[in-house]
Design a protein. Structure first.
Length: 148
């Protein structure tokens, strides 16, 4: 677990226990030191890895990220104008560098998102999505995140 994830877990604990100022300071510290927007209200699962300390990564305040998710640099996980809701990312997902996950979508367990993909629809479990806009290039991929 990297330093960004450790700071976020502390901020999230403080946020959940209604301690008002410290989580905001932690968010600001992450923004200044690492260039990552990671609000304390984001629900991160266990063993989440945000590449290169989250350089350029933006995650919406209400996003939910499952266990063992790998997030590359310069990734945006957020909303879409005109639609309510933000992405939910299930366990064992790999998100490539520069990917954009936008709107009320679900990224299924074990899915892989290619670099610079723009995902606007749900991704089934185990699928590989790439492109702009992202489309399935493989369904039910046998590759596990731990094997890469």
């Amino acid at each position: 677990m990297g330093i960004v994830e450790r700071i976020h877990y502390i901020d999230n604990w403080l946020y959940c226990h209604k301690i008002p100022l410290l989580p905001t300071l932690g968010k600001g510290l992450l923004r200044i030191l690492f260039g990552v927007v990671l609000p304390p209200s984001v629900c991160l699962g266990r063993d989440v890895l945000i590449g290169y300390q989250g350089l350029g990564t933006v995650i919406h305040a209400t996003a939910r990220i499952g266990d063992r998710v790998t997030i590359g640099t310069n990734v945006t996980i957020g909303g879409r104008s005109g639609r309510k809701g933000v992405p939910t990312i299930e366990a064992d997902v790999y998100i490539g560098t520069g990917a954009r996950l936008l709107g009320p979508i679900v990224i299924g367990r074990g899915a892989q998102i290619g670099a610079n993909a723009v995902v606007l629809t749900d991704v089934p479990a185990g699928a590989v999505f790439a492109g702009v806009p992202a489309r399935a290039i493989r369904h039910g991929a046998a590759i596990q995140i731990n094997e890469i």
